[in-house]
Ligand binder design. Structure first.
Ligand SMILES: NC(=O)c1ccc[n+]([C@@H]2O[C@H](COP(=O)([O-])OP(=O)(O)OC[C@H]3O[C@@H](n4cnc5c(N)ncnc54)[C@H](O)[C@@H]3O)[C@@H](O)[C@H]2O)c1
Length: 282
């Protein structure tokens, strides 16, 4: 998909990190923006700094884990702009815990924000995008964690593996229909954003996570360090996404080095080997 000027982009998790970088790049392309986030104040501040006229941009407080919120976002986007050409299902949260230390509410929160959000978005956006005469695209932000199984991230891994297979399935279904709706799947490794402090935006209905054990706390500290020292930036992710949109590419894997670990995982499976431990830093 080329020529994005005056086309409409809907971006979730747009107040921070990769979502904000996607919004900035979309604004530079001259797109009209519907920006969504659970953090209303930060979203408003982020939107104000974008180089766009007020009528070309709309912000909305949305909890992507709630179907009613995603339905309202879709209604607002189509009502305001008439069409959606780029849908970025990007909002996401992480929680670092050993698998057996996570409560049901922890799992529900992480799966709700990372996976159910995409399920809801497909239901409420795709039928209307299919009705459009012009090309459009869905970009789902998964993760390297959707292709690998990093310790202390069980719920996050499950959610992102879910987003990977959901996106691959969607791609196959749309291709079979020769639809004008394309799909891209972003799978970053570590990127310096605020993901390490995801609990700042945990909705009340999921409660709060219990204090971590010493082992989980050590994993959390290591992850925090890995996120902070990520060499590719949120802007690099946005640029990779827009390159993929222009090139009609499905897999967007900006950290090329993770491909070796993905290959090893696949070889373990194909050769009936037990899983090879991942190196400390991906
Ligand atoms: N940063 C990384 O290392 C990394 C790596 C791989 C994948 N990702 C993925 O990138 C995406 C963006 O994360 P980021 O790194 O920019 O983190 P971030 O914390 O900087 O941004 C995430 C945004 O999502 C919003 N959000 C959280 N819960 C929400 C909810 N219930 N409803 C609506 N919005 C909500 C937050 O308020 C925040 O603005 C996520 O899907 C994340 O899993 C990040």
């Amino acid at each position: 998909m080329h020529d994005l000027e005056n086309r409409t982009a809907v971006i979730t998790g747009a107040a921070s990190g990769i979502g904000l970088a996607l919004a900035q790049r979309a604004a530079c392309e001259g797109m009209r923006l519907m920006l969504a986030d659970i953090d209303e104040a930060r979203l408003a501040a982020a939107a104000q700094a974008l180089p766009l006229a007020a009528e070309a941009m709309y912000t909305m407080r949305v909890d992507v884990s709630r179907e009613a919120d995603i339905a309202a976002l879709a209604d607002a986007a189509f009502a305001r702009f008439g069409a959606v050409h780029l849908l970025c299902n990007n909002a996401g949260v992480g929680l670092t815990r050993l698998a057996w230390e996570m409560s049901a509410a922890d799992w529900e929160w992480v799966l709700g924000v990372n996976l159910w959000s995409v399920v809801h978005a497909l239901r409420h956006f795709v039928p209307r995008m299919l009705q459009q005469a012009v090309e459009s695209r869905i970009v789902n932000t998964a993760s390297a964690a959707g292709l690998l199984s990093t310790p202390a991230m069980a719920a996050y891994n499950v959610s992102k593996h879910g987003v990977v297979t959901l996106s691959e399935t969607l791609y196959a279904e749309l291709k079979a229909q020769q639809a004008k709706v394309g799909v891209s799947l972003l799978c970053p490794a570590w990127v310096p954003t605020a993901i390490h402090t995801s609990e700042r935006n945990r909705p009340e209905r999921f409660g709060t996570a219990a204090p971590p054990s010493a082992a989980s706390a050590a994993c959390h500290a290591r992850m925090g360090q890995a996120v902070k020292s990520g060499r590719l930036t949120a802007d690099d992710m946005a640029n990779a996404v827009f390159d993929a949109v222009a090139a009609d590419r499905f897999y967007v894997i900006p950290h090329a080095r993770i491909k070796q670990a993905v290959r090893l995982r696949m070889e373990d499976i194909l050769e009936d080997r037990n899983p090879t431990p991942l190196p400390e830093k991906q």
